[in-house]
Write a protein that binds this ligand. Structure first.
Ligand code: HEM
Ligand SMILES: *[C@@H]1O[C@H](CO)[C@@H](O)[C@H](O)[C@H]1NC(C)=O
Ligand SMILES: *[C@@H]1O[C@H](CO)[C@@H](O)[C@H](O)[C@H]1NC(C)=O
Ligand SMILES: *[C@@H]1O[C@H](CO)[C@@H](O)[C@H](O)[C@H]1NC(C)=O
Ligand SMILES: *[C@@H]1O[C@H](CO)[C@@H](O)[C@H](O)[C@H]1NC(C)=O
Ligand SMILES: *[C@@H]1O[C@H](CO)[C@@H](O)[C@H](O)[C@H]1NC(C)=O
Ligand SMILES: *[C@@H]1O[C@H](CO)[C@@H](O)[C@H](O)[C@H]1NC(C)=O
Ligand SMILES: CC(=O)N[C@H]1CO[C@H](CO)[C@@H](O)[C@@H]1O
Length: 327
């Protein structure tokens, strides 16, 4: 009898443990609590992104920056407030040129009118980024939902954990590995630089002061460097915008990789992908099509990225306003 009771207790404990392990992301997490949620996001994106396609780039970048700091928990959206004095992720250097915060806020307010306090800002970032890329003709990936929002946002963590444009191969490998992403993910996700823009300060050292005593980065194609200096970033202080994948900066295609192979990647971090034989070979395989379909590979890596350190179950909260933790 005692044995049976112990068994029953064991099963009970197991059920509790498994039950909490079940607090995970799942497809259509809001099916019962807010059945129209994902449709509302998608409709809003489909309606507005075609008029402002450049937002798709900044939204996927926001998603990346969110996931790399404290997991995909919308910590990137929290505003600096003078009452706490906290320097939030938003004010850190890597986030200086992020845009689209108001877009996220508008989606959030639609969802709050539909079902108040149910859909997290973290899920909104993940869904919006995917839907925006899809509506501009890019790849589709699965976005399981159920992320909850974090309550901490710390500028120095963003600075330390988001890969910088001057990062070398080792730095990139380490920062990605810290988030559970491998070298293939690094190469495939860098392919997002096939769309969008950069500002000169992200790469002018390569043009004007590579050695610290002037000079140009020898790993940058000299013809391309001359062109950038003459027409785009006319001095080391220039703040002009540059298409990262000139001529096709709105099309999610392979031309980013072709440029990198021609030593025309804009950042040192793009060029760094040629300095390891492993990543160089991934690039060649992507361009040749032998790694498999680029969109399929991109989707696989995005599905890894959108699960990084997510908060589920009863951790975190569902923010009422994406820019502030609930009081
Ligand atoms: C491998 C490490 C990476 C580094 C060092 C890096 C760095 C940068 C920098 C410096 C910019 C330009 C910012 C500016 O000057 O305005 C940029 C833009 C961008 N990045 Fe990355 N990035 C990396 C990976 C990624 C990943 C994983 C994604 C998404 C999956 C991504 C998506 C983008 C997009 C779409 C833009 C254009 C943004 C716009 O048009 O506003 N990047 N990145
Ligand atoms: C949060 O800060 C952004 C600038 O980073 C600003 O545009 C926005 O209005 C602020 N949001 C709120 C709700 O105050
Ligand atoms: C601000 O800092 C305090 C003290 O470190 C911390 O308790 C709080 O969670 C922080 N808030 C945010 C939004 O990071
Ligand atoms: C932010 O993170 C750094 C470590 O990267 C830590 O030293 C600092 O205390 C944190 N700031 C707050 C307000 O918690
Ligand atoms: C890569 O950059 C890191 C950080 O700046 C530096 O410590 C390291 O020596 C560099 N590695 C190589 C191989 O240049
Ligand atoms: C060039 O780089 C060196 C070393 O980082 C720095 O001291 C110097 O101020 C830079 N020059 C300019 C013009 O930015
Ligand atoms: C760039 O800005 C720095 C500091 O503001 C200034 O000292 C320098 O003369 C400027 N350089 C050029 C080439 O405009
Ligand atoms: C969107 C945003 O808040 N950007 C800020 C990023 O950080 C710089 C300072 O480092 C601010 O000037 C920007 O407003």
């Amino acid at each position: 009898m005692g044995g049976f009771r112990n068994y029953a207790i064991l099963i009970l404990i197991l059920a509790v443990v498994l039950g909490s392990a079940d607090a995970d992301l799942k497809m259509n997490f809001y099916a019962k609590t807010c059945p129209k949620a994902e449709k509302i996001v998608q409709d809003y994106v489909n309606k507005h992104i075609p008029n402002a396609p450049s937002l798709a780039a900044t939204l996927i970048r926001m998603h990346f920056h969110d996931c790399f700091v404290r997991g995909c928990d919308a910590s990137v959206l929290l505003n600096f407030t003078s009452s706490t004095g906290n320097q939030t992720e938003k004010v850190s250097v890597p986030n200086q040129t992020l845009r689209g915060f108001d877009f996220i806020d508008r989606v959030k307010s639609l969802l709050e009118s539909e079902c108040p306090g149910v859909v997290s800002c973290a899920d909104i970032i993940s869904l919006t980024a995917r839907d925006a890329i899809v509506v501009t003709g890019g790849p589709f990936w699965r976005v399981p939902t159920g992320r909850r929002d974090g309550v901490i946002s710390n500028a120095s963590e963003a600075l330390a954990q988001i890969p910088p444009p001057f990062g070398n191969f080792t730095t990139l490998q380490t920062l990605f590995a810290n988030k559970g992403l491998n070298l293939e993910d690094l190469v495939v996700l860098s392919g997002a630089h096939t769309i969008g823009i950069a500002h000169c300060p992200s790469f002018t050292t390569r043009l004007y002061n590579f050695t610290g005593m002037g000079g140009q980065d020898p790993s940058l194609d000299s013809e391309y460097a001359a062109n950038l200096k003459a027409n785009k970033c006319k001095s080391i202080n220039a703040t002009t915008q540059v298409e990262m994948d000139p001529g096709s900066f709105r099309t999610f295609d392979l031309s980013y990789y072709k440029l990198v192979l021609k030593r025309r990647g804009l950042f040192q971090s793009d060029a760094a992908l040629l300095t390891s034989s492993t990543t160089r070979s991934f690039i060649t395989q992507i361009v040749e099509g032998s790694l498999g379909n680029f969109y399929t590979e991109f989707a696989k890596s995005m599905e890894k990225m959108n699960r990084i350190d997510v908060k589920t179950g009863s951790t975190g909260e569902i923010r009422k306003q994406c820019a502030f933790v609930n009081s």
